[in-house]
Design a protein around this ligand. Sequence first.
Ligand code: GCU
Length: 336
Amino acid sequence: MKRRIVALGTVVALGFGLSACSGGGAGSDVIILRVALNQTETHPSYVALSNYSDRLEEQTDGRMRLDIFPNETLGAQAEVLQLLSDNIIDLGIISGSQMENLSGDFLVLNMPGVFDSVEHQMPVVHDPEIVGELYTSLEDSNDITVMGGFTQGSRHIYTKNKVTSLADLDGVKIRVQESELNLAMIRALGGSPTPMAFGEVYTALQSGVLDGAENNEVSYFTQKHFEVAPFFTNSNHLVGLDYMVASTEMLEGLAPEDRQLLEDEWINTYENHTQLWDEATQEAIEGAQAGGAEWVEIDQEEVRAALEPLADEFLTTPTQRELYDKIRAAAPGQED
Ligand code: GCU
């Protein structure tokens, strides 16, 4: 029995029918896969998806492509998950925090400290030996399949008023993605967490409902948060992950050759995204600084020590521990 993820709100009112996926044999009908994204058109995730679409189109003589909906046009990620589950849309880029609300096993990959770097993260999140079972684990309950992920890079705290140590976070309202682990993370750092959807953060910072937020440099810049929270720390509290989530029904409806192509080209897509990431981060830092943002050093060792107890608190099942240990064992410098 499929579980409903969230109430859909206004999204249904957009009136999408089923996607144009034919389910027919390769070489016949046109397949247009709708993809939901909450980033702007300048974000590396949009660029990589757009390149993905071009390659699919080229390799099928125009028969298969993506229709990308950026800027949360199809709703916040929690709503998009429901649309995927109902096979109303085909693909979506969904942050790990939202997946954590569906299965505690996804929490492992959101744990501060589980990944040392993007170089550690990307091979692990595409290694079937480590994540294979996790990625198919929501097929029966929610009709969604994870194909892999895009890195979110390192996440850092940024604020309206300057913060130079964890002590300065006392009473400071920091927006977090909606999950228990994120709430606990900001509490452990001494701040007051406020869960909120991504698209609402700019206005909440501007109006003073929030005193700060946490994200990577790229979103800080592309969402223009630097305009309303100009102090960006180097807290480096988490290497974040966005998943490429597919409607299982859509995947199963594809002809085997088409599914294979979609999966093969996904590999080129996340590799392309990883290549774009560093440059986009550098451009974001320069752009935000040119717009008046100031980079503030805080003690990363203090941050790491404050977050260390979270693993014992949150990783409570043998499956979670085993997954965590496998990921840690794959960290550069840890292999046999
Ligand atoms: C990053 C991530 C998004 C996520 C956002 C957030 O930008 O790429 O998928 O929604 O953080 O903080 O909500």
